[in-house]
Ligand binder design. Sequence first.
Ligand code: MSP
Length: 661
Amino acid sequence: MGSFYVTTPIYYVNDVPHLGTAYTTIIADALRRFHLLLGDDTYMLTGTDEHGLKIERQAKEVGLAPKVFTDQISERFREAWPKLEIAADRFIRTTDADHEAFVIELWKKIASVGDLYKGSYEGWYCVGCEELKTEKELLPGNLCAIHKTQVERVKEETYFFKLEKYQARLLEFYAKHPNFIQPETRRNEVLSFVNGGLKDLSVSRTSFSWGIPVPDDPKHVMYVWFDALTNYRSALGHGDLKKYWSPNAKVVHLVGKDILRFHAVFWPAFLMAAGYKDSEIPNVVFAHGFLTIDGEKMSKSLRNAVDPLKIAAELGADVLRYHLLRAISFGQDGDFDHAAILERYNADLGKNLGNLLNRTLGLCAKMTAGKAPKIGERSPLDNQLEANVSAALDAVRQSWETLEPHRALEGTMAICSFANKYVDESAPWTRAKDDPARVPTILGMLLSVLRAVSVLIWPAMPKKSDEMRAQIGLAPLSPEIGSDVWPSTLELVPEGTPLDVGKPLFPTLDADQQKAVLEKLVPKKEAPADATASIADAPQRQADSASSALEDAPITYDHFTTVELKVGLVKTCERVPKKDKLLKLAVDVGEPEPRTIVAGLALSFTPENLVGRKVVVVANLAPRDFGKGLVSHGMLLATGPSEKLILATVDGDAAPGSRLK
Ligand code: MSP
């Protein structure tokens, strides 16, 4: 028993909660619940990351002051998590006064040891990543490799953090703490990055103001990642909660693989510079993989369409939690498949766990007057069941401890399978006729398995655990510090406990019901109005920086005018070799040279159909790289499915380059 402190990344408020952010937060909550069962003193932190250029710009685009904007979106996160049965101890915002004060304190500490110095920086910045990029990291056309959007040239005065100075100490720390970065493959990536040499890090900006001002130099605001990473420590402050950041506590940061470097390199280096000892550096930074949805990368539109709250409302938060924890090997990329969630629901929860509960309670209702029976002498079959289950109880505990929830739940279901097999083999309905004295023992054994399972599922499915326990006459779990309630062997449900054959916990869904659920949940595959965005084999965009939050709000006229819609005249058009859907066009938009635009029009138009037509072009879209030197510099508007597209065209004499408004 000890202290356990688990954190999620704090989420940017340029987006509302989606399946990706829900995933990390659900896992953090499940791990924390597991540690509660062990009797650990636990603390869970989540929250929102609200400063920086990205947020300042988005607030401006919707015509709101940054704080008003961040208040609105942050609230969406705060409200969402309890609906997924997530109970964090603190929801931190980087605009919280205590956080800001702590960040300033950390800055001053680092400055006082001489690890911050003023200089100037010139290079490339990706606002989506909120990160400076080296030339080597960019794609042709100066595109960010993650966001596929154009990076910005930055030239300004900045404070640097002496990161290079910490290279050796970091490497030594990684060597002494082999579990600090998990999983192993990610650890190797970080090691090779650090071994490759660290450069001092720019940690302030002067070209915008939405951030924490640098002490005594308010022209500068602190780099958003310096501010954000500090949340893990600032949330605990200097009082009693500091115990969660002591050598006695286990500190686990869960992060997506996209932000591992910040957590595994910059964050420990900041802490080291601020005087934290190695024993006060977090114990684990675990980088999990990315989710795809029904096999597709979570693009902005898809991400919005798959709303975890909608899934939870339809199937129950516990079912969503179970699926995410069970179906994806923690640490690997994984697919969230809508049909698979229903299949797994039916198989694991309906036919295995649910059936075990229903059949046991049904048999007790008939054979032991709906009460927990007194158990008699055990047979070898009973002992075998107990031996199998006890071994599995340990293995499941071990899997949670080693951050393998998918295995833990697999082991939990294996226990249900043993018990279902035991029902078939012990055949209480036959024993009722030929050996009635056996029946109470069989049913008593089964109730004790259900009792253990009700504890094992609690981290993943707290609500279902409560319901299950109510049916077997037990109070909901309410773990206490210092008391380890993880079962190590089978424990009987006390004799005479009234049982309740309630509603099935997990009624299986037949084919029609599944179809009806899928119709509600699976995003409709309408072709987007823009033809280039519908190209199936275009380079996939990573969950980009554009805001779904913004889509919920009406836009101002100023916002609308940021999109340059222009009349374009198609000069030439040709097919793209090996790309069935793509056409490469040269479009005159009133500039000295026609633009190259790559569009997913080939299933609806031949090149000859298009030459000479006047089309609508989004002219200020960031270039998009299709690989092999093919870069699109704009987008045409169209509507309909890719085989029957209707092009948005312009009548009359509008000159190429005329603005549409
Ligand atoms: N604000 C920073 C984190 C600062 S932590 C000091 C940030 N925020 S974010 O809103 O972009 O959220 C990133 C995190 O969301 C990822 O690291 C991951 O935890 C989660 N995910 C976002 N998309 C995801 C998937 N498609 N799949 C799984 N997780 C994903 O970065």
